[in-house]
Design a protein around this ligand. Sequence first.
Ligand SMILES: [Zn+2]
Length: 232
Amino acid sequence: MRPLSASQLLSLWDAGQRRHPIDRALLALALALPEEAPEGLADHPVGWREARLLALRNLTFGTQLDGYDACPRCGAMMEFSVDGNALLAELPLPAQDAVIELDGGKWRLPSSRDQALALEADNPEAVARALLERCHVDGNEPVSPAQIASLETLMEALDPAANIRLGMHCSDCGQHWDALLDVGNWFWDELGACARELLHTVHRLARAYGWPEADILALSPARRAAYLDLVG
Ligand SMILES: [Zn+2]
């Protein structure tokens, strides 16, 4: 995997504007993992996608993740600061053909493709049911609410990167909770900020020197910064 170049960052930001977050993540990974067949990216487990996207985000924007979450008990905003690579090291990736057994049935882990198709259902419970029915490898009988809960727990244990949790503690009231880290949102926000800065740079250098956008994006970050200084 390599970090995204300035030109790839802008293309991704542009192409991702009207896409679903799952598609944005897959577009980013297609750029970062040219050795993988693009049509196969959607078949990996969801946690694989989230972990690879976090790795790409760490490479492109640096490993530090600073954010905050509201205490569920008293509402106080609590900050967190984690190292993205240390976080990745704690998240085991499951085999693509991992199977979960429950009540004599077998399920595979949901992939991005399963997730996207299940989203066509019209409420969260129907989405969860559709997802598990798609992943039921040896039958198609409906899953009970109790089975849905058990399968979700088993899947999360096997593919923890699908729902990345950060242990939080409230210094005001003592509450402990898990904050969910939405890697896709996080990456998209950072990408947006970076794209706006790049566009601003292109605008100033193109106006000063008459260079085309592609030439400005092809400069190293150090050269772009040096020319910006000269433009003043
Ligand atoms: Zn609190």
